[in-house]
Design a protein around this ligand. Structure first.
Ligand code: RP5
Length: 169
C-alpha cells in the first residue's frame, strides 16, 4: 500500500465492497507489490458508502490512477458504478459469495450493458491476481520498469513449472 508521503503516487487503486473482501483482494495487492507497482487499497461500498464511491471515482483520474481494480461480492455493483463515474479503466473481480459461490458476483459484474465497460476477471483469488497482472501489463506500455518486472515474473513462473514437471516429486 502506498499511503505515506515518502511513497510514490499510486498508479492503481484496489477497492473492495467490504473488509471481508480483503482475503480475496490481497492477491491483487501482492502481485502489484511484487511488480513494484505503486498502489492504494480502500474499502468503498456502493450501497453502504455511495458518496465515498462517487468521490473516489471523481478524484481517480486527477490523482493519477491509471487503473482501478474493484472487487465485490453478491449483487456486485461496485465495479459498474465506478466505471460509470470515471474514465479510468475498471477491472472487476467477482468475490466468491457464500450463497451462490460467486456466480452472482460474476454475472452482475460481467453483464454490463453496452456503453460502460468493466473488464471482468475470474471469480476469487485467481481473478484478483490476474487483474493485477493485467493492470501491470497496461502500465508497462508507458513504464518500462513495470514491463521488465512483468517479464521477469513470467519467466520465473515458466522456470518453476519446467523445473518441477514430475508431479510425484
Ligand atoms: C458486498 O457484500 C461486498 O463486496 C462483500 O463481498 C459482500 C458481503 O459483505 P459483508 O457483509 O461481509 O460486509 O458488498
Amino acid at each position: 500500500m502506498t499511503d505515506s508521503k515518502a511513497d510514490p503516487a499510486p498508479l492503481v487503486g484496489i477497492v473492495m465492497g467490504s473488509r471481508s473482501d480483503w482475503e480475496t483482494m490481497q492477491h491483487a495487492a501482492a502481485r502489484l507489490e511484487l511488480l513494484g507497482v505503486p498502489h492504494e487499497v480502500r474499502v468503498v461500498s456502493a450501497h453502504r458508502t455511495p458518496d465515498v464511491l462517487f468521490e473516489y471515482a471523481a478524484s481517480a483520474s486527477g490523482r493519477g490512477l491509471r487503473a482501478i481494480i474493484a472487487g465485490a461480492g453478491g449483487a456486485a455493483h461496485l465495479p459498474g458504478m465506478l466505471a460509470a463515474k470515471t474514465p479510468v479503466p475498471v477491472l472487476g473481480v467477482p468475490v466468491q459469495s457464500k450463497a451462490l459461490n460467486g456466480m452472482d458476483s460474476l454475472l452482475s459484474i460481467v453483464q454490463m450493458p453496452a456503453g460502460i465497460p468493466v473488464a471482468t476477471f475470474a471469480i476469487g483469488n485467481a481473478g484478483a491476481a490476474n487483474a493485477a497482472l493485467f493492470a501491470a501489463a497496461m502500465l508497462a506500455v508507458e513504464r518500462p520498469e513495470i514491463g521488465a518486472a512483468l517479464d521477469a515474473f513470467r519467466q520465473k513462473q515458466t522456470e518453476d513449472v519446467a523445473g518441477n514437471d514430475d508431479p510425484r516429486r
